[in-house]
Design a protein around this ligand. Structure first.
Ligand SMILES: O=c1ccn([C@@H]2O[C@H](COP(=O)(O)OP(=O)(O)O)[C@@H](O)[C@H]2O)c(=O)[nH]1
Ligand SMILES: O=C(O)[C@@H](COP(=O)(O)O)O[C@H]1O[C@H](CO)[C@@H](O)[C@H](O)[C@H]1O
Length: 320
């Protein structure tokens, strides 16, 4: 119960809306602080260009708030890289960043490689499949970081409708894995994080020197892992939340979200073990037998791996 009292105390002072962070005020606070926007993109040719165009037009050319727009091409098979370049982003291929390392897979790998490849003091992660993006996503997320030196991590919240293949919008229907898996797990085991309304949202910003101190879980475990690890590293009072309005994006299938759920559960388990809160007689399985509508059974692997804190790598390189 103590944790929920902490959340109640935390929520007011650490929650704001994008409108509270107007860009002209942020320019006053920016000083020499550099800002990189990093977009992980796997097969996002239909949306990545529009997002990059808005960032470049509104936050680079019109007002120079953003210093770098980096798209991490995550082994796309479509024209994601070309669309991103045409719109004015720098594009890196995920496996070509720190290529001396054995490549890993998934969104967490894309984000970690993006951190390694970008240069900003503040790093803003934005999904590349958004259909509701506006420049306020970026300005809202960097606001608390530019204005308050004690804030080190800012997570977006928003209304998340579900837009079906027929185009019918179901208010509050989005964030299925958030509602069915992540929120219950966080409330059970890390209730201090219960105040983050959208713990799995793909839009968040943080100081580079903080992100370099935490591991990145690969695949879709990355958001869950970062929240739990950043809570441990910087504490709840250094974490904030900004309401960006609403978020629509390309939805994955139920089968894909089943695999995502498995990855997030394994991430949660790994943190419970690491924090000494569970003792495993045997480790959880990482295979998942899924059944299609035609009755076909697919055995999939939902294992996640982990990149070490980037700082530990840079230290090794220095030593070397
Ligand atoms: O291996 C991957 C998987 C996803 N993504 C990107 O990460 C973001 C979120 O992924 P996705 O849309 O698949 O997740 P969802 O939002 O459906 O949960 C998108 O920009 C994806 O292109 C990526 O860069 N590499
Ligand atoms: O929040 C969720 O439940 C999932 C799925 O969202 P939808 O049910 O397709 O709206 O989406 C998020 O989860 C991923 C895992 O953390 C993130 O990587 C995505 O950016 C985010 O969209």
């Amino acid at each position: 119960m103590r944790a929920l009292a902490k959340v109640q105390e935390w929520y007011g002072p650490h929650s704001s809306t994008a409108a509270e962070w107007p860009v002209d005020a942020l320019m006053m606070a920016k000083g020499n602080t550099t800002i990189s926007v990093v977009l992980p993109a796997r097969d996002e040719e239909s949306t990545v260009g529009d997002i990059v165009t808005v960032i470049r037009r509104d936050l680079v050319e019109r007002v120079p708030l953003v210093d770098e727009i980096l798209v991490v091409d995550s082994n796309s098979t479509d024209s994601t890289a070309a669309r991103a370049r045409e719109a004015g982003a720098r594009v890196v291929a995920q496996d070509e960043v720190l290529s001396q390392l054995e490549p890993l897979t998934g969104k967490g790998e894309a984000l970690w490689k993006g951190l390694a490849a970008c240069k900003g003091d503040i790093v803003v992660y934005i999904d590349a499949d958004l259909r509701s993006f506006g420049a306020h996503y970026v300005s809202g997320l960097v606001g608390p970081l530019l204005v308050d030196g004690d804030t080190h991590f800012v997570k977006a919240t928003y209304e998340r409708p579900y837009v079906g293949a027929d185009g019918v919008t179901q208010r509050g229907g989005g964030g299925r894995v958030t509602e069915l898996v992540a929120r219950p797990l966080l409330n059970m085991f890390w209730p201090e994080l219960a105040g983050f309304a959208q713990p799995l949202g793909g839009e968040y910003a943080a100081r580079r020197d903080v992100l370099e101190q935490v591991p990145y879980v690969t695949e879709y475990g990355v958001e869950f892992g970062l929240l739990v690890d950043l809570l441990q590293l910087v504490g709840l009072d250094a974490m904030a939340q900004v309401d960006l309005g609403h978020r629509t994006h390309t939805h994955q299938s139920m089968a894909a979200l089943g695999r995502m759920a498995g990855q997030i559960m394994l991430t949660a388990w790994s943190r419970l073990e690491r924090q000494g809160r569970v003792l495993a007689a045997e480790r959880p399985a990482h295979t998942l037998l899924q059944f299609g509508i035609e009755g076909q059974a697919d055995l999939v692997d939902v294992a996640v791996a982990e990149r070490p804190p980037l700082a530990s790598l840079l230290l090794e390189e220095d030593v070397a």
